[in-house]
Design a protein around this ligand. Structure first.
Ligand code: NAD
Ligand code: MG
Length: 422
């Protein structure tokens, strides 16, 4: 297959910020004149399930050519039976055998296994667009494989940009891959800027990311000390996987998103603000030099952002609930409580310190969230673990993805030791 015609040009203006030049540039994606062929990494997760709902609303426009999950083979088998992709992928050989047993008679897709299998699926010649929706650092290598193969990449896995923004940018510049942001805030910025963003960027004064504030927006500091996993998983507006739900509760999700915005748009951290907006209707805003604010509004449903990426540059119709402004009556905004939610400041600190610091930040967060969910760390130990990891990290040069993953593993080990010693 010839690669999907796609152009992503890195901006020529000099950028001295550690974020480097952004990815989202004058961006055109030609219509191939046939159904778009999709690979879905993280098919069994919250974003994966929402993506298949969008595709199912437009069966004439999409063909699913690859579905990847980790361990939930029952759901993956159901999805595979419904969409019949020629290739599936799971985490282990044991899961692959279990999956094969669950598939309908007469349907025998190839089943790929493990990280190498995910990367092979992400790069497969039959795919036009890859939805990157694996959670955490495990999403990096398949995302890089899709980018290196010149795919249109609908990027939900924000951790890839936090871990390896430079590597992704370099790979995209080399391959012509187009990165479309699925994360609702970055998708909102992309929509507010009319898709082809960077020609207008000199006019941008700041980006304003909205945050719901999570379930503990109004919880006292003493109350935060007593938060349980069940409380943290109960997000007021969004239905998401467990890791990002905890990240939303600590505000680390917004911290990761500040890094994501800087790396997508090539703006310094000082030009990216965060404002708490509890209704989650305004998904983010762009402030221009004339004082204008361009915003994207919509229901708090990830299908809107996913559909924008799947259809880009066309728009798809979608059967999501409509926002009833009269019923809502008011949209409110407030400053984040940064002292009580230190993760946001820690993310900014890591971003300002250098690329390897954001790897340390992410690894420490993933371990701390996991231990919190297993009730081995308290909620407020999460920022403490990250702060300790950043303090211990003196910075290093990361030449390639192996170096990134090696640092990720080392920091995970250090944070696990830190937690055991507590
Ligand atoms: P989730 O936990 O619901 O799903 C995660 C998916 O990744 C599952 O399919 C799981 O099988 C797969 N997975 C987990 N570990 C894996 C591994 N080691 N190797 C391969 N696959 C693995 O998570 P989610 O909420 O769908 O989030 C997915 C990504 O999208 C995250 O990076 C998250 O930050 C981002 N995101 C999610 C939302 C949302 O609303 N859920 C919004 C914005 C961004
Ligand atoms: Mg988001």
């Amino acid at each position: 297959m010839t690669p999907t015609p796609a152009v992503l040009s890195v901006p020529a203006r000099p950028v001295s910020d550690p974020c480097g030049p952004g990815y989202i540039s004058s961006l055109t994606v030609a219509d191939a004149g046939r159904p778009r062929r999709l690979v879905l990494l993280g098919a069994t997760g919250s974003i994966g399930v929402s993506t298949l709902k969008v595709a199912a609303e437009h069966p004439e426009s999409y063909r699913i050519v690859g579905l990847a999950g980790a361990v939930n083979v029952t759901l993956l088998a159901e999805q595979a039976a419904a969409f019949r992709p020629p290739v599936l992928a799971v985490l282990t050989g044991e899961r692959a055998a279990a999956l094969a047993r669950l598939l309908p008679a007469g349907y025998r897709p190839d089943i790929l296994v493990g990280p190498a299998g995910y990367a092979a699926m992400a790069a497969m010649a039959e795919a036009d667009l890859v939805v990157s929706a694996i959670v955490g650092a495990a999403g990096l290598l398949p995302t890089l494989a899709a980018v290196a193969a010149g795919k249109i990449v609908a990027l939900a896995n924000k951790e890839s940009l936090v871990l390896a923004g430079d590597l992704i940018r370099t790979a995209a510049a080399g391959s012509g891959a187009v990165i479309l942001p699925v994360d609702s805030e970055h998708n909102a910025l992309f929509q507010a800027l009319g898709g082809a963003a960077l020609p207008d960027l000199p006019l941008v004064e700041r980006l304003v990311l909205t945050a719901s504030g999570g379930p503990f927006r109004a919880t006292s500091r003493a109350g935060l000390e007593a938060v349980t996993p069940a409380m943290a998983l109960n997000h007021p507006n969004w239905s998401m996987g467990p890791k990002i739900s905890v990240d939303s509760a600590t505000l680390m999700n917004k911290g990761l998103e500040v890094i994501e915005a800087c790396r997508l748009y090539g703006l310094p951290v000082a030009q990216v603000d965060v404002v708490v907006h509890p209704q989650s209707i305004v998904h983010s805003l762009v402030q221009l030099h004339d004082g204008s604010l361009l915003a994207h509004l919509g229901p708090p449903d990830m299908r809107v952002a996913i559909a924008y990426c799947l259809g880009y540059p066309r728009r798809l119709s979608l059967s999501v609930p409509r926002v009833d402004l009269v019923k809502l009556a008011s949209l409110t905004f407030e400053a984040p409580r940064e002292e009580d939610f230190p993760c946001l400041g820690l993310a900014r600190q890591a971003l300002g310190s250098g690329a390897s610091h954001t790897v340390a930040l992410n690894a420490a967060n993933e371990v701390a969230v996991d231990l919190f969910l297993k009730e081995r760390l308290a909620f407020m130990d999460i920022p403490a673990a990250i702060a300790a990891a950043l303090d211990a990290h003196s910075g290093e040069t990361l030449a390639d993805a192996d170096a990134v993953m090696d640092l990720d593993v080392r920091v995970r080990r250090e944070v696990a030791d830190w937690a055991r010693a507590r």
